[in-house]
Ligand binder design. Structure first.
Ligand code: GLY
Length: 358
């Protein structure tokens, strides 16, 4: 018992020491995960993706570095990716079987776990902003279809014509799918959902996700992106998560909440681990970073075991900015006040350590 109390005290001290070193802010973004082929990625294509990811990262980072809110930072980053035709969200969203673009988005504030989401909207340029308006100006968490659009009109959102969202590449993917009787995975290769997670200088976490779903979706299909707990979750006590991938599997695992719940439990135990004689050991910052990575990887492993693929980004109250994906690539980026600033596409391209004080 004495041992345990001493270890808890030690862990708390190491926690406090780490908090001094930890980054004041942290941001991670994704633009979709999937089967990305390095040979099919021309230097021009790569440069275009990297430029838009960097623009999104810079927009969010500037807000955080200026002392702004995590919620504002993730919205700024996501809007840039929704406006880019390269990603499957907002402009450039995939087509449904019926040749429309139906958009889903969700957002969550880790301070009070307030959340907003929309599904199947067709005329809102930036669905992430509508999701946030559901959060702040309604009594609800999720609105769908025509009702969500009526709400948008009432709240002063402009009606964006359907042609705005349509791009030739996405139309061609639908036509190929129909002509060759392919599955969405055959034509999408990557999922292209966008998302952002942030820790601000006040210690608040936020998460948001936006998508067009999957090519050829029918019957009002909705994936994980607008579902709080599956595609998006934020809780100041644990972490902020945004997911991308084959939504049906992320829904079944409840990926975003599952990661936060496991991290909350680990933190509640002060990340204690035990030596080979059973005595508790206070963890080093590196060990905590590894635990965070292990938790994300374990939940993604669960997704893979069921047959699903994709990835997640997360940030923690300590400032870890972590990626985990079981695909060949994930369009992604991260930046922290400790000087990390990088975008990457294929596996293993990160240069920075996930440990906050490195
Ligand atoms: N992850 C996005 C979707 O499945 O719709």
């Amino acid at each position: 018992m004495k041992n345990l109390i001493a270890a808890v005290a030690l862990a708390l001290m190491s926690h406090a020491a780490m908090a001094e070193d930890a980054p004041k802010w942290s941001l991670a973004i994704h633009g979709g995960a999937g089967t990305l082929d390095p040979k099919a990625m021309t230097p021009e294509k790569r440069a275009a993706y990297e430029a838009d990811l960097q623009a999104a990262l810079d927009a969010g980072s500037k807000i955080l570095a200026d002392g702004g809110d995590a919620m504002d930072a993730i919205k700024a980053a996501i809007i840039i990716m929704e406006d880019s035709p390269l990603f499957n969200a907002g402009k450039g969203a995939v087509f449904t079987w019926d040749g429309t673009n139906e958009l889903d988005a969700s957002i969550m504030d880790g301070r009070d776990r307030s959340a907003g989401a929309v599904a199947g909207v067709k005329t809102v340029k930036n669905p992430i902003l509508l999701a946030d308006t559901v959060r702040t100006q309604s009594e609800h968490v999720m609105l769908m279809g025509a009702g969500a659009e009526a709400f948008a009109l009432e709240k002063g959102f402009a009606v964006t014509p359907p042609e705005y969202f349509a791009t030739p590449a996405r139309r061609e993917a639908l036509e190929r799918m129909k002509a060759k009787k392919l599955s969405a995975l055959d034509v999408d290769h990557k999922f292209g959902t966008v998302g952002a997670v942030a820790l601000d200088m006040k210690g608040n976490l936020a998460a948001g996700t936006s998508t067009g779903g999957m090519t050829g979706k029918r019957w009002g299909r909705v994936g994980d992106a607008p579902v709080i707990g599956a595609g998006t979750y934020a809780d100041n006590r644990a972490c902020a998560v945004s997911a991308t991938g084959w939504g049906e599997y992320f829904l079944r695992v409840g990926v975003a909440h599952e990661i936060c719940a496991r991290l909350r439990a680990a933190r509640a135990m002060n990340w204690l681990s035990f030596d080979n004689k059973g005595a508790p050991i206070a963890p080093e910052a590196e060990d905590i970073a590894q635990t965070v990575q292990d938790v994300a990887d374990a939940v993604m492993y669960d997704v893979a075991e069921l047959g699903g693929d994709g990835g997640v980004i997360l940030v923690t109250p300590e400032g870890h900015a972590i990626f985990s994906f079981n695909t060949t690539g994930m369009y992604r980026g991260r930046a922290t006040s400790a000087g990390v600033n990088e975008v990457a596409i294929f596996g293993g391209e990160e240069k920075a350590s996930a440990t906050p004080d490195h």
